[in-house]
Design a binder for this molecule. Sequence first.
Ligand SMILES: Cc1ncc(COP(=O)(O)O)c(C=O)c1O
Length: 360
Amino acid sequence: MSVKRAANFSAGPGVLPVEVLEKAREEMLSQAGSGMSVMEMSHRSKPYDAIQAAAEADARAFLGIPDSHAVLFLQGGASLQFTMIPKNLGGGADFVTTGSWGQKAIEAARLEGAAQEIWTGKADKFRSAPDLTALDRTEGAAYTHITLNETIQGVDYMTDPPADGTDWVCDMSSTIGSRKMDFSRYALVYAGAQKNIGPAGLTLVVIRKDLLERVPEGVPPMLDFRIQAENDSRYNTPPCWSIYMAGLVFRHWLDRGGIEAVEAANEAKAAVLYGAIDGSARFYRGHAVEANRSRMNVPFVLGDDSLTDPFLKEAKEHGFLELKGHRSVGGCRASIYNAQPAENVKALADFMADFAQRKG
Ligand SMILES: Cc1ncc(COP(=O)(O)O)c(C=O)c1O
């Protein structure tokens, strides 16, 4: 490949595997000999049926989704799920807030009925996640919502919730597919695709099938999980291109050792970056407590904040892009999703060490 690829540390849309982009390019003008691209194909045609079926089968194989759960390919982003879930599963849910996205989730749920915040890390600027076995629950709560990885604060539970009979509903947008997860523990998982799965425009929803029976009458059809499941996510035109791309991404990782290999690579990349932070004698400081450090999003600040802008400027000159922290928290953030090449992470860590040595 002759094109120079950027060292892109964006939190989302994030970097995709180059081999997937190349395959999409190859198939762009004529998908499987059809003489048309996936973007031009009827979503009710045989070739498209095969694409969506393969994307679902490979999602199940890569992520480890059991038959007890339905896979839905929806639109509206993770943000629409903040509204769609209470509409389908009922109000009166418990929420655990470990960062900015969890806050948005409960705010939207409150518009649909009661929603109780049973834990929040706000007082500590969202640096940690609680022990989910030791929470005070609301009697009769419809479900308990968690955000497995908070993309802005870089706070990840690093474990699945306990199998204690709770209907755990989980925003997995920025950590899905980054390590082995036990999907049987979750009543519902949702994720905007544009980080570890594929292009924006697709939201993956994994829902335990018995919950489809709980959907009340009167939910608008497009927002009704049961209708979406009965119509194979094709009640209307689905995001065909994004589903095709997601299928290529799942297949890509399956062909390269599956989730175990991805998890090992992510652990190694995160160790390099946190090593650069921890080894800097507090020139750089991470945000989350060690037990909850995200392997996907690594927010950090410079001990001397007047060096933040020069750091970002120099980093950009060296080709390290999208390192500015989220506008709500400032500082810096490096997102190192599955497709982030290890050499980019190593090069960034080396640059950070060099900058610290020169300016510290
Ligand atoms: C954890 C989390 N939840 C929700 C969202 C919102 O996703 P979307 O833009 O798909 O609505 C994001 C986006 O970055 C996110 O990181």
